[in-house]
Design a protein around this ligand. Structure first.
Ligand SMILES: Cc1ncc(COP(=O)(O)O)c(C=O)c1O
Length: 374
């Protein structure tokens, strides 16, 4: 998909906010704990390479990504710090893992054996750093059975192919007030930890929520994602120990303005009927840009005032009810600050009944990312 650079819709990414969110977290962490920036999914839609640069400048020691290509993108951009791929890699691509000096997830003994086979097939020579994933209750990937863990440990202890670089797990409920399930997972990880050597370079259990509300329990590294972008993983349930600054704003401009008489209709399905003579603006942002149709009725900001999206959101445009006539080219803010008002991504995500993570991830490639450092 091409970027719409000749259209006024853009996502403004404030790298300064990203750096401050990281610095605030590093200030709270024990100095022996390192912070890896989670920049998967194009840094949650913010742009992987630019965010990675800001993260390293702010003190991040490495990166976590989900898929192999994301790791390769970072290496090709010149980053030399450790990169861990959290998802499962097909062993058929092991030569890329080796070539790009990546650390990968070992989710099972079956995977280790298949990867060993690939290692010899490709005649690789450097040991592959693996992070053994323990499934303590997320139910997604990783070792569950203790016998399998012991087998993995015995195998890795004498493996000429792999280096046990990390041991980790992922908590399912670290972002909620009720800690019962968190404690169960914590207990299971403590038991698993006993089955592996004392000295492992990275033991990491903490995503943002664990780092914010559980003091990075049992970890010497945190996988810091959502809060880096200024978003609270808990939504509104738990309050972060420091102020998070949202890094992404979504802005556009009024492209067309008209007054419609009372009783006129707007959009597909002619769903919306004007209640009065109304000033209606058209803005060039639609569901193909990531503005989901369920945002119909949501208020964007213009001149520090609210303007509701009226009618169904189209693929590339939508219509807003203006508080008064505004000139073409007036700035309209979907997420972010406008004239002293703030439309937070949190508030917007609540409007459509989702989590804040999803909105920046949903922004399509067509929306140019513009970087500022304020
Ligand atoms: C295994 C793992 N670790 C860390 C993270 C980062 O989570 P957060 O953005 O909540 O910090 C994720 C994100 O989904 C993940 O899957």
């Amino acid at each position: 998909m091409v970027k719409g650079i000749h259209r006024p819709t853009r996502a403004i990414i404030n790298l300064g906010a990203i750096k401050r969110n990281i610095i605030n977290e590093l200030e709270r962490l024990d100095s022996r704990v390192s912070l890896f920036a989670v920049v998967k999914a194009d840094a949650y839609g913010h742009g992987a390479v630019e965010v990675a640069q800001a993260a390293v400048a702010a003190g991040a020691s490495g990166f976590c990504v989900a898929v192999l290509d994301e790791a390769i993108e970072l290496r090709e951009a010149g980053f030399d710090v450790p990169i861990i791929v959290l998802g499962i890699i097909n062993p058929a691509y092991l030569q890329l893992v080796s070539r790009y000096r990546l650390s990968v997830t070992a989710p099972s003994n079956e995977w280790l054996l298949a990867a060993e086979e690939a290692y010899y097939e490709f005649q690789l020579t450097e040991k592959i750093p693996v992070h053994v994933k323990i499934d303590t209750g997320m139910g997604r990937i990783g070792f569950i059975d203790k016998k399998e863990m012991t087998k993995a440990n015995d195998y890795l202890a004498s493996s000429p192919v792999f280096e046990l670089e990390g041991l980790y797990t992922h908590f399912a409920t670290a972002d909620t007030v009720d800690e019962t399930y968190f404690h169960l997972q914590q207990q299971r990880f403590a038991e698993a930890r006993q089955l592996f050597p004392e000295a492992i370079k990275y033991v990491h259990t903490a995503n943002t929520a664990t780092a914010l509300w559980h003091d990075a329990w049992g970890s010497n590294m945190v996988r810091f994602g959502n809060a880096m972008y200024g978003l609270n993983p808990s939504g509104t349930e738990l309050t972060p120990p420091y102020q998070l600054e949202e890094a992404l704003s979504l802005e556009t401009e009024l492209l067309h303005v008209k007054q419609l008489k009372k009783g006129e209709h707007i959009g597909y399905g002619a769903d919306y009927e004007t209640q009065d003579d109304e000033w209606i603006g058209t803005i060039p942002v639609g569901y193909a840009d990531g503005l989901r149709r369920s945002f119909s009725g949501y208020s964007v900001l213009i001149d520090g005032r609210e303007a509701a999206i009226v009618g169904r959101i189209c693929m590339d445009q939508c219509m807003i009810r203006l508080p008064e006539k505004y000139p073409l080219g007036t700035k309209v803010t979907v997420y972010g600050k406008n004239g002293g008002r703030f439309n937070s991504i949190q508030k917007a995500s609540e409007y459509i009944g989702t989590i804040n993570y999803e909105l920046p991830c949903n922004l399509s490639e067509r929306v140019p990312r513009i970087y500022v450092d304020l």
